[in-house]
Design a protein around this ligand. Sequence first.
Ligand code: ADP
Ligand code: ADP
Ligand code: MG
Length: 450
Amino acid sequence: MSAGESPRVLVANRGEIAVRVIRAAHALGWEAVAVHSDADAEQLWVRLADEAVHIGPSPATKSYLDVDAVVQAALDSGCGYVHPGYGFLSERPEFARRVTDAGLVFVGPSAEVISSMGDKALARETAERAGVPVVPGSGVLDDVAQAREAAEELGFPVLVKAAAGGGGRGIRIVHSADELDDAVSTARAEASSAFGDGSVYLEKAIIDARHIEVQVLADDHGSVVHLFERDCSVQRRRQKLLEEAPAPGLDEGVREEMTAAAVRLTAEVGYRGAGTVEFLVTGDRCYFIEMNTRIQVEHPITEMITGVDLVAEQLRIAAGEPMSLAQEDIDVLGVALEMRINAEDPEQDFFPSPGDISRFDLPNGPGVRIDSGFVAGGRIPPFYDSLLAKVIVHGRDRPQALARARQALDELVVEGVVTTSSLHRSLIDDPDVQRGGVTTTWYEERADRP
Ligand code: ADP
Ligand code: ADP
Ligand code: MG
């Protein structure tokens, strides 16, 4: 970057993560340019940015997913960097390539690394080569006969997973051989229409597992560090509801094995930036499931326990600077929880509840952080995901963090849209959550209780 001129980053996203990236940019003295669709013309991130570019109509395919429009916005507004956030174009190798070809810096790993990890079947092979324990499974299946053979070898239940899947979609469980043929062909058809790639593979279903993931950072100067783990086992339909760092009661040996494996994999692939290596953990065994080559929704809990600004590190690394910390500088202090408050009605099978936010009273006080893309008087448009706010709390220990979570949820008042806040209140009060260490099927089994 030339002296006297601030770097400028295009924030190729919307909602809370757009706000988060703008804040990190400003904290570093960078300028930030927002993008928005028709529906988002007056949203918070548009106001907070130094400049905002209208990139198209409301449907995401015509705006936030339009590669041409986003790259043109970066060029027109004089940006040198593009931050993709999460979701949307963040894990599309062709987007990273287009950004780079336009002479701009993509805030994230190379297009090659994104593709090698974006194909989950290929990522498993890479992980194995790096000596990372993976869930027993198959390669991409050519036909149903191959699926049968692989399933017999693995033993039921197995999961059919889309190689290009993400966001909890493209996974189905198969309990017995007679369900397999149908499951594989349906999964293929669905994957091809949802992700534009019908490749599927099998994994042994790990029963009674916790979802535990390791945050990593890597720079262009040869440093790779981990920032410990997050427990994201409270899930509904394989989507995270409540996250905690560090993972409560985790065996110290498993923690060491996972963090070392995550660092090995990150180094092996020549990674750059922030990434997350996801594992399933049962007893003292851990198994790699995938790597997400982007900032994660739940990154703030890692920031709360380590004091590291992960998004600022992403920008620094993209600018070719060494990251600001070494492994020995990273310590864990206390416990953090994140509750994803969605504009959805938990009483109506989580049906989306978009609309005008007429009242939005935010909690605050010691150890409370809110990341939201919205303000009172604003609106949740029906076109995108329904994340309204992330309520993040930090405490010296679990009891304090849980007490702060309860208090924060009690202070949160939202009117105009229905939210999942009441669900979170009941999760925090649940004895199993208070004890810590629930498994990925816990929530759905709980919901089924009479
Ligand atoms: P995180 O662990 O960061 O929450 P998720 O897998 O829940 O990651 O995805 C984060 C966001 O990205 C969500 O909004 C999710 O819907 C979206 N997303 C992730 N992968 C895909 C994909 N392959 N296709 C569509 N949306 C995706
Ligand atoms: P996505 O790309 O959609 O995030 P993941 O592979 O990360 O998909 O899996 C999402 C969730 O599905 C996991 O957190 C876990 O709850 C469940 N899952 C995935 N693989 C397995 C497995 N082999 N056994 C049991 N559960 C699994
Ligand atoms: Mg995942």
